[in-house]
Design a protein around this ligand. Structure first.
Ligand code: ATP
Length: 566
């Protein structure tokens, strides 16, 4: 990388010590000088470069004027000295910036620089502000929905105490709606919200709340563009507004997958710096009628049965998943049917390649050849229906589980996830078929989700990277008297299709678990909608070394450096 030309270089004071402050395009750097103007001891607040400390301008949250007696003037011991400095150096500014801590968490750090000249301070603030305002990806205005009942019912407090102050600091305005009922956010987004006013929509809650916002925003985008989302083969229009998630739910699976942690401050900082993570979304239909969107797991058989059973045990709290998991495992049910799928042929990854989706993922950035990128579900379906395969493969059999993962679905319980190499934005899903097998075999398969073993390395498991799939149970589904276009309703005691209880599904059918909601039909068709939404996130960052040779280190004085007039 080329050395960045310096724009500004000045001497300031930080904690009563003289520092050289340098602004080059995109980087703010400082190093301590001793009395002779040489480099002195370290200042520990920002990543060290080879010669000092630096912060990328794109990770600066804000720059504000500070009173000369800023709080970093020193401890009691040095108060006398500090007071002298206040008199000598009455002008100061503070830069607030992103600092990485452990486990993918970000914090907002600050550093204050003091000087004797009013105009010097003003020039620095102006130069930094200009660079910040040139970052056009940053949101200025947000629409925020808070679920006051998500997780431990702390959504409102989390937003008010941890997030709103950061947004104010960064000059972001927010219109806040505290939801009053389930699907309030979805319905408001679908019809009422004046979205032209905003740069993004933020939900404060868990995965269910995110799903509401996703459904509302996608539905609104399609209706604004005249696209009928009931058409399974429709090419959906990507949403222009970014979605931010402030985690305040029970599982926060989407935050773990896109940021690596479920920490509200970290999420707020990703929103402030305007990060952008595209995400694929699966659209799920039954008989040409739209059911739901899914971004994480679609599971029939085992995961459908666990969810159905756990919904009846809501009163048990989170322990219900363990209990239902054990019960479902012991029942060892299998279901007959046929799975048809369209393999993703021109991708550079496969589900067993151990290429994890991380920040800047090259698999997601790979552009398929024009032939593959122009694949058309409707054309392929026509060929398939006319008797030809149209590129589709068909597998019939008895399955303990049929799972489709649009992302790894990693979470603290299953650190690798259901499909460790699934990608957030490569336009595919990983389809995992677990055929009828022994209990012990299935147990080993499940166990490998929690250890280093390869969960796909069993004769009864196969995994395919697909652009779409369909499932047809062997036995005809009972006809639902319900309006098929209605999404499943969630009640306090569970999400159940009334058809399921009134028409009496036998053991011949399981249910689909669609991102934690139960679908009312077993026969479904699924299409991966590539990069339909974008989140304020950047994918999971690889751990960084905090001391590094920064190639953009601006310490060598470049020609053209301005010395602002003091
Ligand atoms: N005001 C409200 N009253 C009742 N339900 C609500 C309200 N606002 C949102 N909901 C619903 O509450 C459900 C659960 O919310 P949320 O996802 O925020 O928390 P959670 O279920 O505890 O977390 P997770 O989904 O991560 O497990 C969502 O499906 C959402 O539709």
């Amino acid at each position: 990388m080329e050395k960045q030309p310096r724009l500004f270089s000045s001497e300031f004071f930080h904690k009563n010590r003289q520092v050289e402050l340098v602004l080059s395009r995109g980087v703010l750097a400082w190093r301590e000088l001793d009395k002779g103007g040489k480099r002195g001891s370290d200042i520990k607040s920002a990543p060290e470069t080879a010669h000092g400390h630096s912060v990328q301008v794109c990770e600066i949250v804000a720059v504000h004027k500070t009173e000369g007696d800023g709080k970093d003037q020193g401890s009691n011991r040095s108060r006398k000295k500090a007071n002298k400095h206040v008199l000598l150096l009455p002008y100061a500014f503070t830069a607030f910036f992103v600092r990485r801590t452990q486990q993918h968490q970000w914090r907002c750090s600050e550093i204050t620089f003091h000087c004797a000249s009013h105009s010097l301070r003003e020039q620095w603030i102006q130069a930094l502000s200009e660079q910040l305002s040139s970052l056009t990806n940053r949101p200025k205005s947000l629409l925020v929905y808070i679920n006051p009942y998500g997780g431990k019912r702390r959504g409102k407090r989390i937003y008010e105490q941890k997030v709103a102050p950061l947004f104010r600091h960064a000059g972001i305005s927010a219109d806040v709606i505290v939801t009053e009922y389930a699907n309030h956010a979805r319905d408001h987004l679908k019809t009422e919200a004046n979205l032209d006013k905003y740069d993004g929509v933020v939900c404060v809650g868990g995965d269910g709340m995110f799903s509401e916002v996703l459904h509302g925003l996608v539905a609104r985008t399609q209706s604004d563009h005249g696209v009928d989302q009931n058409q399974p083969d429709a090419q959906l229009v990507p949403c222009s507004l970014h979605i931010g998630i402030i985690p305040a739910g029970s599982t926060d699976c989407i935050c773990f997958a896109t940021i690596g942690t479920n920490d509200p401050v970290t999420s707020a900082l990703h929103i402030i710096v305007g990060d952008s993570q595209p995400m694929d979304v699966c659209s799920v239909h039954h008989s040409d009628i739209f059911l739901r969107y899914s971004v994480s797991l679609l599971g029939y058989g085992f995961y459908g049965d666990v969810l159905t059973d756990s919904e009846r045990k809501r009163w048990l709290g989170p322990a219900r998943y363990d209990l239902s998991g054990v019960k479902t495992f012991l029942s060892h049910n299998y279901y007959e049917g046929s799975v048809s799928f369209l393999p993703a042929e021109d991708t550079i990854g496969n589900p067993r390649d151990k290429l994890r989706c991380r920040s800047g993922c090259h698999v997601c950035q790979h552009k398929p050849s024009s032939k593959d990128s122009e694949w058309d579900m409707s054309e392929e379906k026509e060929k398939f229906n006319e008797g030809g395969s149209g590129g589709w493969s068909v597998i019939r059999g008895k399955f303990i589980a049929i799972n489709a993962a649009c992302m790894s679905c990693a979470c603290p319980r299953s650190p690798k996830g259901l499909s460790p190499s699934a990608h957030l934005a490569d336009g595919t899903a990983d389809l995992i078929l677990v055929r009828k097998c022994s209990r012990l075999g299935f147990f080993r398969h499940l166990l490998r989700h929690t250890n280093k073993g390869d969960q796909f390395d069993h004769a009864f498991v196969e995994v395919h990277r697909v652009r779409g799939f369909r499932f047809q149970p062997r036995h005809q589904e009972p006809v639902s008297l319900e309006d098929l276009s209605e999404a499943p309703k969630k009640t306090r005691f569970g999400t159940m299709c009334s058809a399921q209880t009134t028409c009496g599904y036998g053991a011949a059918h399981s249910s689909w678990n669609c991102d934690g909601e139960i679908l009312p039909h077993a026969a479904i068709q699924v299409s991966v909608q590539s990069r339909l939404i974008r989140l304020f996130a950047r994918g999971i960052e690889e751990p960084q070394r905090f001391t590094f040779e920064d190639p953009s280190s601006p310490w060598a004085l470049e020609p053209g450096t301005q010395q602002p007039a003091a």
